[in-house]
Design a protein around this ligand. Structure first.
Ligand SMILES: C[S@@+](CC[C@H](N)C(=O)[O-])C[C@H]1O[C@@H](n2cnc3c(N)ncnc32)[C@H](O)[C@@H]1O
Length: 278
């Protein structure tokens, strides 16, 4: 059940509520997939990146580079990046349970990644000018209410000439029905592109195990348009260096649209470069 929220909350109220929702669902994700990922990463050099994600990451060259993954969840993409030859790797996530799982798996598989429990807006000064790349993967940006503030944080964390890399769900696709929509017309526009307020949702974050449940915790999801993203980059002197759009569903919720092969953008990859002026 999705509603449009009328009442405005503070940034902290949004992120704390989202944190509670993620801590609530993590045991279900772990029940469905933890053992599988544990076993996978025991194999030396294991990588679990989607093909366009891998293209994006290899495009900038990560050998020995220091990488931060924001909203890293259970850490598997960062373990893959480390296995591809990156240098220092630090993942940040607001959910204690996600970070605990990531740390345990890194330790068990002997892969040298650090994981830090933090709201991305609260990442501390010890991470200033520390990274060659700050990365966001599928389903990260939508939980974050303020992109201008977020990219200011990213710009501070990057070294000179460092890269912002994003592999994300395309905002255009948020206008179209998800797979649980009961109608057949999956290419019908049912939501606006421009959303002043976030969606508020109380059900089902278990896209891993598929358990359906009703939550009492509101989750807030922000649709950031392509212009919102580019303006937040411009406001923080991050220059666009590469941008690509794909028909591949990385949301786990638009499989029917992907299968329709109707030329709909479902995901994108973006590379931004921090300016020399900071
Ligand atoms: C869908 S996951 C994205 C990671 C990965 N691509 C995946 O699919 O598992 C979203 C993650 O964002 C985290 N998150 C949400 N709001 C956050 C915030 N304010 N600061 C840090 N992490 C946040 C959640 O805890 C969750 O682990």
């Amino acid at each position: 059940m999705i509603e449009k929220k009328q009442e405005q909350l503070t940034l902290k109220q949004y992120t704390e509520s989202n944190k509670a929702a993620w801590n609530e669902v993590m045991p279900l994700h772990q029940k469905a997939a933890k053992e599988r990922w544990d076993n996978a990463f025991i194999q030396p050099g294991f990588i679990c990146l989607e093909k366009h994600e891998l293209d994006l990451i290899t495009r900038i060259g990560i050998q020995e580079k220091s990488i931060a993954h924001l909203c890293c969840n259970n850490g598997i993409e960062l373990l893959s990046i480390k296995n591809l030859g990156a240098g220092e790797c630090v993942g940040f996530d607001i959910s204690e349970l996600a970070i605990q799982e990531a740390r345990e798996r890194a330790k068990r598989s002997g892969i040298d990644c650090q994981y830090v429990q933090s709201d991305v807006y609260d990442i501390g000064p010890e991470y200033t000018a520390r990274f060659d790349m700050v990365y966001f993967s599928a389903g990260g940006l939508g939980w974050l209410p303020n992109l201008k503030l977020l990219f200011a944080k990213v710009a501070r964390m990057l070294r000179r000439d460092g890269a912002l890399c994003i592999h994300e769900i395309h905002p255009f696709s948020e206008m179209l029905p998800f797979d649980n929509y009961e109608g057949d017309d999956v290419l019908r526009v049912i939501e606006p592109y421009f959303m002043a307020e976030p969606y508020v949702e109380y059900a089902g974050l278990d896209y891993v195990g598929g358990t359906e449940y009703d939550s009492t915790i509101p989750q807030y999801w922000f649709v950031h348009t392509l212009s919102d993203i580019q303006m937040a980059m411009i406001q923080n002197q991050i220059a666009l260096e590469y941008f690509a759009e794909y028909e591949t569903d990385i949301s786990a919720g638009h499989q029917r649209i992907e299968q329709a092969k109707a030329g709909i953008p479902l995901s994108y990859a973006l590379l931004g470069r921090k300016g020399d002026t900071r």
